[in-house]
Design a protein around this ligand. Structure first.
Ligand code: MRU
Length: 363
């Protein structure tokens, strides 16, 4: 996508180094930083300079490639897999990308690993862009259908940031929205602020703003009310891990939106790139590890001070503890459909396996 007219990806290689947008400073500052060592790649994922399942995977792939240029030994390959894999527990794209790299690199002689790793990391990024472009094209058909039926504006609610900042480009949940905009369809987006880290308020709102998409930021608790009053035509969210039977793990609060959508007859779709499917698990509630983050993200909020600096402010009393599960699982029964790069299907084992037979078989 573009920033001030210049095409951007969220991660790229330039002048022989890997660069990212350090998302901790958005929307207040566009800070671009290089990642040069394995430790920096690990910190970038763990401390959320980059975030979003597909981008976490792409960053890990580049982290492996950079390490191979430094030390392509078997020991370094194994250790890098472990170090990067330990950074965040829920987004399955991390394991997927590291496995892709290991599968390719392990049989090669060490002297060939650096070049092969860089090639595959670049390919993983390009594949992510193409997957998301296709998700957009399929999702566009849903939006177009609603626009034609209503003969008017399509109101879409989204949660967290499943935008181009969470992927390499296009985004998952936002790709249909960007495609609708390009097709001249009148869309309006309700952006959940998405406490505690406010990826909606900070990142999705910034994306919508930069690309001229009509939008309103809403508090996380407003979605049900808007749905009750017929103000939401469609919900599209992203996912960090979806099971083989269609249970969807996504940013905390997604489950409540799905319940509200079901109660109000609002279609609830999940934009799902295939590397985000975990074919090894079925029951998402029982089997997906949910990241528990620091309570400080709940007791404090981050924002811009009048002097322009980014500050953190305490909002709860001294001594109040906090729980901070970062993700939740929406059972498949609450999901209207999955928008994948191969088309839209039901959140159900047979339908998913029919779209991705080779992956379902080899799991
Ligand atoms: O904790 P984050 O910011 O890495 O969470 C990831 C997300 O942005 C969302 O859960 C998103 O909806 C899925 S990733 C496209």
């Amino acid at each position: 996508m573009k920033i001030n007219g210049t095409p951007f990806r969220s991660i790229w290689c330039e002048a022989g180094e890997v660069r990212i947008i350090d998302q901790r400073w958005l929307p207040h500052e566009l800070r671009i930083v290089p990642l040069r060592t394995r430790a920096e790649f690990a910190a970038a994922i763990r401390d959320m300079w980059v975030r979003g399942a597909p981008l976490i995977g792409a960053t890990a792939a580049w982290g492996m490639a950079v390490q191979m240029a430094d030390d392509p030994s078997d020991a370094a390959l194994a250790e890098t897999w472990e170090v990067l894999h330990a950074t965040r527990p829920t987004a399955i794209n991390l394991r997927w990308a590291l496995n892709e790299m290991r599968r390719l690199l392990a049989p090669l002689p060490p002297s060939e690993r650096a070049a092969a790793a860089a090639r595959r990391a670049a390919e993983i990024c390009d594949e992510d862009v193409e997957i998301n472009r296709r998700i957009g094209a399929h999702g566009l058909t849903l939006i177009r259908e609603i626009a034609e039926r209503k003969r008017g504006r399509v109101n879409i609610l989204t949660h967290c940031n499943a935008g181009w900042l969470a992927t390499v480009d296009w985004g998952t949940a936002t790709s249909p929205i960007y495609h609708a905009l390009e097709a001249g369809i009148d869309v309006h987006v309700f952006v959940d602020e998405t406490r505690p880290r406010n990826q909606g308020a900070l990142l999705t709102a910034w994306e919508m703003n930069s690309h001229g998409v009509s939008h309103d930021l809403i508090v996380d608790n407003a979605g049900g009310h808007l749905m009750q009053h017929g103000e939401v035509d469609l919900v599209i969210v992203g996912t960090d891990r979806t099971t083989a039977q269609g249970d969807v793990c996504n940013k905390i609060g997604t489950y409540l939106k799905a319940l509200a959508a079901k109660a109000n007859g609002v279609p609830f779709y999940v934009a799902l790139p295939s590397p985000t499917i975990d074919w090894t698990v079925r029951d998402g509630v029982a089997e997906i590890p949910i990241e528990e983050r620091s309570g400080a993200e709940v007791t404090h909020v981050q924002g811009k001070a009048p002097d322009g600096s980014v500050i953190s402010v305490q909002i709860s009393p001294d001594g109040t503890g906090a729980r901070n599960p970062a993700f939740d699982v929406t059972p498949a029964a609450l999901v209207t459909g999955l928008i994948t790069e191969r088309g839209i299907c039901a959140a159900e084992a047979g339908a998913m396996a029919a779209l991705f037979p080779e992956a379902a078989r080899s799991a």
